[in-house]
Every structure is written in C-alpha cells, then in structure tokens.
Design a protein around this ligand. Structure first.
Ligand SMILES: [Zn+2]
Length: 406
C-alpha cells in the first residue's frame, strides 16, 4: 500500500468512494509516469529527481520552512526519504506490525463541511495528499473552497466537484476582509519581522554548463529537425583558468541567497557541477517548477581579448516556439543587464535577440541568458573570479529581477 494512498482513506468512507479513489490513484500514477517524458525524450534519472525536488519546493509548506531555516526544505525531504527506508526495513522483518501501523495512519481524516480561504498566492491544489501528486489548479489569496476533510497536515477540498488536497496551514476559515482577518494579518506581519516575507514570486536559476559537456544532440526547439549539442563544456578564464561552470554556479548560489532574502522562492536547476542536464532538459525543469521566470547564468568568451562587458539574450518576437514570450523576456533581459552594469561598472552591451539557443526555445516562461562578462578578457576574468565582484553581479541580477516584477 502506498503511504499516500493510506493517508487519504477515511473511516466510514462508502464503497463507491473507495472505488472512485482507486480509479483516481490509477490515473494519477499513470499521469505521473507520463509526466516525466515529453516531446519524444525522457529525462534522465537525475533530471527526474530534480523535477520532483523542484515541484516539492514549490509547495508552500517547504516555502515557509525555507524562509525560516535555510535548507529546511531539503532536510525535510531527506528525512522523509530516510523514514521511507526505515519503514521498508521494518516491513521486511515485521510485516504484521507494519500493517497494523498502516491501519492507524489511515484514520487521519476527519470529516468537516466548511468554507475555507487561501492565505497565500499560487497555493497548490493537488489530486492527492502529498507533494508527489499532480497540481490540479492553484488558488490565490482569498479564493474560497469547500473543505470536507482534515488530516495529516492536509485538507480535502472540493474543486469542480472533485476531491482535491491542499496543505492545511495555508487555509483559514476566516473570511478575507473581516475584522478578524485584518488583525490576523497584522499579527503575521509582526511575527515575520527579521525573516523575509514571501513576495509570491518563484524564480528558476540555471547555472550554465556542468563539469563535463555532453556532445550528444537534441532538437534546438520542440519538434525541430535542427539538432544541437545537449550542453557545451563552456569556456574558462583566460587569466584565472576558472572554469565557466564553476563561476556560474558560484554566482547562482549567491543570487539564490539574495533573492530568498528578498522574499523570492528560488528553484535551482543544478547545485552541483557533477550533473548531466541538457539545455532542453533544464528549460523543461524550469517549465514544470512553477517558476514565473527562468534566468540562465553564463560567462562570455571571444577570440578578441579586448572585448568586455555584460549582455543578455532572449528570443526574437518571431521565434517559432515561444515568440509570444519575447516582450517579457526582453524586458527581463534589459533590466538585468542594466542593473548588473550599474552594480559592477561593466560595459553595457545590451540585449541580443537570438532563436538559436535550445535553453530559450524549449522555455515556456519568460527567459534570459545573462552573459555576466567576458572570461576571455583578462581584467574582467580576474574581477569575476573575485567573491566581492560575484556579490555585485548577483546583487545586480537580483535588482533587475526586482525591476522586472515592479
Ligand atoms: Zn556559457
């Protein structure tokens, strides 16, 4: 019995409901296995894991945990995994007692019938009570739903006459705008002093490249017959010899910290150099993460060592895959470039529009490639390798993101 399944069973549930849930579970399981493959290729295990992690991190439960304790979300995921292993071991040696405890956790849901309101924007409504279940829809703050059950940290609600599940801590029975709600909101704001208040924006960050490039080919865009290397090995500092993949990850981690301090939720496509993720796969992870923008961090290189400065890239308005995202991507790109140059004093080389980048073409959300500076220019290479300059660059990118959302 899947743990998730046992949780949503309620005592006294009529038989037809059991059969309904068995059918829903089968559909959700089938949908889940389809969900990781797309447009003719399947994500490698690594990517699947990251998709799952990214999805889990968009869940408001982890969002709040991260606000209060850095990495708390990750820790809780790891704890859950460890618990899973322990349970499997226990089942192997004491199958009967495992069944007993399964029965105990199954009685988690208590029937209620009340109207509840979302306390956060982009609140996930899922097909089952667990972050592994499909997101059916999202609620915004103040949206109301009918709650029919409470248990195990989750509320069972009716959405379009179907049972769905929402984390209980993001629901309130207090109607928005009432006197009581105002007092509660003020209290919450006071409690949050010192800790960042969520601004409701989710940003996906991709630290460009990885320790080893992958020359295998993939379509340059969905359905395209034009093929391109999955991920290039990147460049290195002409003077420092710092690999581009290390520079991009170092700045990306700083950017993550700064954005989180400002109330953003951040989805990192990679946090290690030892990954194998193609540019299309990175875009797909961002697409599925719940993020509203995708920022790709790179270092530039040219044969001419005198060329320096910051630029960013986005698609053209006539891009066949996502030209409709051009205006937003251009705005994001321009604001980031301007802010990085203001912060670092680097030369502003503006926004380049191109439809040759797989990681842009596969994207379904506004996207920008930030070429922070030229690693082929000795002076800029040396600056970018410094911790203080990386802080300036990351702060500049964060300022650009702030400006984009304003
Ligand atoms: Zn690059």
């Amino acid at each position: 019995m899947a743990r998730g399944e046992s949780r949503k069973r309620k005592p006294g549930t009529p038989d037809y409901r059991k059969r309904f849930w068995a059918a829903v579970t089968a559909i959700v399981v089938a949908a889940g296995s389809i969900g990781v493959s797309h447009a003719g290729f399947t994500l490698p295990n690594q990517a699947q894991k990251q998709v799952q992690m990214a999805a889990a991190e968009t869940e408001p439960a982890e969002q709040t945990a991260k606000k209060q304790v850095p990495n708390a979300a990750k820790q809780s995921l790891e704890l859950e995994d460890a618990q899973g292993i322990q349970e499997a071991d226990a089942a192997a040696v004491a199958d009967q007692s495992e069944l007993e405890s399964d029965k105990t956790t199954a009685s988690g849901f208590r029937s209620v019938d009340e109207t509840v309101y979302a306390t956060e924007n982009l609140l996930n409504v899922r097909s089952g009570c667990g972050t592994e279940y499909e997101i059916v829809t999202q609620l915004n703050q103040g949206d109301s739903v009918q709650r029919v059950g409470i248990g195990d940290g989750w509320s069972e609600v009716l959405y379009k006459d179907k049972s769905c599940f929402i984390r209980s801590e993001y629901l309130t029975t207090t109607e928005p705008g009432s006197e009581e709600a105002t007092v509660t909101a003020q209290g919450a704001e006071a409690d949050a002093q010192g800790a960042p208040v969520s601004n409701g924006c989710i940003v996906a960050i991709d630290a460009g490249h990885q320790a080893k490039g992958n020359p295998d080919k993939e379509p340059v865009g969905p359905g395209s017959s034009t093929m391109k290397a999955k991920v290039a090995s990147g460049t290195e500092g002409i003077s420092t010899k710092l690999p581009e993949y290390e520079l991009t990850l170092s700045v990306s981690k700083k950017l993550k910290r700064i954005l989180e301090e400002r109330g953003y939720q951040v989805v990192m496509i990679r946090e290690s150099n030892d990954v194998n993720l193609s540019n299309a796969e990175r875009a797909e992870i961002a697409n599925k993460s719940g993020a509203s923008i995708f920022v790709r961090i790179h270092g530039n290189s040219l044969d001419n060592t005198t060329v320096n400065g910051t630029l960013s890239m986005c698609q053209t308005a006539s891009n066949p895959y996502n030209g409709g995202l051009h205006a937003a991507s251009y705005s994001l790109s321009k604001k980031i470039t301007d802010s990085v140059c203001a912060a670092t004093g680097f030369k502003n080389r503006g926004v380049q529009e191109t439809d040759s980048m797989s990681g842009i073409n596969w994207c379904k959300i506004p996207v920008s490639i930030v070429e922070m500076g030229f690693m082929s220019n000795p002076e800029e290479d040396q600056k970018m390798a410094r911790d203080d300059y990386q802080e300036l660059i990351a702060g500049g990118i964060a300022n650009g993101i702030d400006a984009y959302y304003q």
